[in-house]
Design a protein around this ligand. Structure first.
Ligand SMILES: CC/C=C\C/C=C\C/C=C\CCCC(=O)SCCNC(=O)CCNC(=O)[C@H](O)C(C)(C)COP(=O)(O)OP(=O)(O)OC[C@H]1O[C@@H](n2cnc3c(N)ncnc32)[C@H](O)[C@@H]1OP(=O)(O)O
Ligand SMILES: Cc1cc2nc3c(=O)[nH]c(=O)nc-3n(C[C@H](O)[C@H](O)[C@H](O)COP(=O)(O)OP(=O)(O)OC[C@H]3O[C@@H](n4cnc5c(N)ncnc54)[C@H](O)[C@@H]3O)c2cc1C
Length: 581
């Protein structure tokens, strides 16, 4: 918090800085500095912002975002917590009517937060208007005791991020003033009448914002992992590449280069996509302020697509980096296990990936059908029904590969839409037909998302003007990324006829050449990420390469090494050894 103040970083921008990496196993303030701060900024009206934002910025109020319940995370419309307006007292009564309505998971809720943005079903004048956000004080601001009518605690140990005190929360007819409903987009007036928003998903805005922040954070986490594994691979010597010759750096092995270099490339692909979505988010936020919500669906879909792809890629990349470090990758002091546990959760939270990809697929199918009917569609999906442009670029050039992605993606959407129609004819029910096609629909969403990411990588690299040599290295890296993802998805390109078997062999050959060409750039590339050793927190990945010394020094800090003979010897081992069991 002191660092944020020193650098004049507003609270709601903290999550896209490295500040939360200071803590190794989750940050109890991350939801306060990200979702809570953003919810106040985007869902509260100006008067409410004046009331709460300064207190949140001074950390008098520490908040969380309490939406998920034990019974429902994905299906937000299914939330059960109620907020019933009482016109007599001009208050909302918050209540948790069932066990499944217990709020479950919010970060920092267990012990840290004294307030929350609570998503609850709004009832007024006897009618339910769906989930809405409310500012709710949970603990006394001086004593930190939970308030009467509020029951809360921590949910217990998790796979990782155990310092984040994820919590549970129940309400027992807990009253809050009417003015605690966040009223920027929709309102309940004093007489209980409801004023609806200009778009009924504006109250989900904090989720959209967080998905964009997650994309950015995934590129940082993956950058940490590739830095550790690449530096280690330059220090580690093992086996013989040529019999009788000295043991080479493991980075000399082609298989090791294949494990690391595509993930170094992936850091850039995710980062450039994150920047593009962030720009769009800022534009949409500005438009919403002027009452224009036209681009909100596009932002929602793009943020779902990029959150899903980046969380999946970074998690897989981090695990590959851990495996690439052999046994030493499994030790906590390598930093890789905690990077993994703090990244794999991004696949689940803020919208489980499969669910988000199905949102993307729904948009693709709707846009494809609209395009066929000649109706207007938004820019990112115009290509689904636009004429093919495959032959305009030199064969297998970067541009041709992007076109191959585009056409294959359009082809897969077309094929899946036909399957959906056939299934609909059999089932006579759209929802059952949709479910029966959902694996294929997820593949459509993944290929569309990959196309977007590849396109952003290429266009960003080509726009670099500062240095020819930097651009040249990044061009090679981008080329490797494109070819790598084509080889991983060969079937789609063969099916669409955009690439032949011979093309794929040629590209594969080029990929192996690129691995060798980029090998000397591997260490400089990760050094350029410029992580301080303190932030990296890794015995394997420190700048000076003193891997073995650091591993040995770190082992000395193990509590078991405080004494030569442990207590357990006297208590258990010695009796066992003497027991003749
Ligand atoms: C270290 C990382 C850095 C920063 C991160 C900060 C903090 C990190 C720590 C922890 C964070 C974790 C926090 C959480 O997890 S909070 C809880 C998050 N929960 C979710 O994300 C729930 C996911 N579910 C949903 O979002 C939705 O319910 C849905 C699945 C997307 C939609 O369900 P569905 O039943 O289909 O839809 P409806 O609700 O009826 O919607 C119909 C219609 O609306 C469109 N839609 C949906 N959402 C939005 C939106 N947000 N904006 C605009 N439009 C939206 C939907 O596409 C559909 O449109 P149609 O035109 O097709 O009808
Ligand atoms: C570390 C962590 C931190 C979190 N922090 C917060 C927080 O601060 N605040 C908060 O409110 N919440 C938080 N959450 C909750 C999180 O947002 C939810 O766990 C997440 O949205 C997934 O919902 P769920 O758990 O209900 O999973 P479910 O939706 O039950 O998913 C289970 C399975 O069902 C599948 N499924 C569900 N619906 C569909 C569908 N329509 N079609 C196809 N398949 C489907 C999913 O793909 C998945 O495989 C956190 C969770 C974690 C793990």
């Amino acid at each position: 918090m002191r660092k944020l103040a020193e650098h004049n970083i507003p609270l709601r921008e903290a999550s896209i800085t490295q500040v939360h990496s200071v803590l190794r196993d989750g940050n109890p303030l991350i939801v306060h500095t990200s979702m809570f701060a953003n919810a106040l900024a985007s869902l509260a009206n100006p008067k409410q912002q004046q009331q709460w934002v300064p207190l949140a910025e001074k950390n008098r109020i520490i908040g969380t975002y309490a939406q998920t319940e034990i019974g429902h995370g994905t299906f937000v419309r299914g939330l059960e917590t109620t907020a019933i307006f009482d016109p007599e007292t001009k208050e909302f009564v918050l209540h948790s009517p069932t066990i499944t309505s217990t709020k479950w998971w919010p970060g920092g809720l267990g012990k840290t937060a004294n307030a929350a943005i609570v998503m609850a079903q709004l009832y007024t004048q006897g009618k339910c208007y769906g989930p809405h956000p409310f500012f709710v004080q949970l603990r006394d601001f001086d004593t930190h005791h939970s308030l009467p009518g509020v029951i809360l605690g921590e949910i217990g140990p998790r796979l990782g991020i155990n310092s984040q005190d994820n919590g549970y929360l129940r309400f027992d007819h807990y009253r809050i003033p009417r003015t605690n409903m966040l009223m920027r987009h929709s309102q309940v007036l004093e007489d209980g009448s409801y004023v609806k928003p200009i778009h009924n998903k504006l109250s989900y805005g904090t989720m959209v914002w967080t998905r964009v922040a997650i994309v950015h954070s995934c590129s940082k986490k993956l950058a940490c992992a590739v830095t550790i594994a690449t530096r280690y691979s330059a220090v580690r010597h093992q086996s013989e590449l040529v019999p009788g010759k000295p043991e080479p750096q493991i980075l000399e092995y082609q298989t090791q280069q294949y494990k690391l270099l595509p993930h170094i490339a992936s850091v850039f692909a995710i980062l450039f996509s994150a920047s593009s979505v962030l720009r769009m988010q800022r534009n949409v936020a500005a438009s919403i302020s002027k009452g224009n919500v036209e681009l909100l669906p596009e932002l929602h879909i793009l943020s779902c697509a990029m959150k899903a792809l980046s969380s999946q890629d970074s998690t897989q990349g981090i695990e590959t980096c851990r495996l690439a470090c052999g046994g030493h990758g499994y030790i906590a002091s390598s930093g890789l296990p905690s990077l993994y546990t703090s990244t794999t959760c991004t696949i689940t939270y803020e919208g489980e990936n499969t669910v988000l990809l199905l949102q993307v697929a729904r948009y693709l199918i709707k846009s494809y059908r609209a395009g066929l009917e000649g109706l207007p569609v938004l820019p990112s999906v115009m290509y689904l029904t636009a004429p093919s442009a495959m032959h305009q670029s030199p064969p297998l050039s970067n541009q041709a590969l992007i076109e191959a992605f585009r056409i294959s993606s359009a082809n897969l959407v077309k094929e899946t839409e036909s399957r959906l129609c056939r299934q609909f004819n059999l089932e006579q029910n759209f929802h059952y037909a949709w479910n029966r096609c959902s694996v294929a629909l997820v593949h459509c969403a993944e290929l569309h998302s990959r196309y977007y990411m590849c396109e952003k990588f290429l266009s960003t690299v080509e726009s670099i003007r500062a240095s020819d040599r930097v651009r040249s290295v990044l061009q090679d890296l981008c080329r490797l990324y494109l070819i790598h993802h084509i080889t991983l998805n060969q079937g789609h390109f063969l099916r669409s006829g955009t690439l032949s078997g011979v093309d794929l062999s040629t590209l594969e050959e080029e990929m192996y050449e690129l691995l060798a060409k980029l090998r000397p750039q591997a260490v400089p590339l990760v050094d350029a990420f410029d992580f301080r050793d303190e932030l990296l927190g890794s015995t394997l990945g420190a700048w000076d390469g003193r891997v073995y010394e650091r591993l040995y020094e770190e082992a000395q800090k193990s509590p078991l090494n405080k004494t030569d003979v442990s207590k357990a010897y006297h208590k258990y081992l010695q009796p066992l050894m003497k027991s003749n069991l």
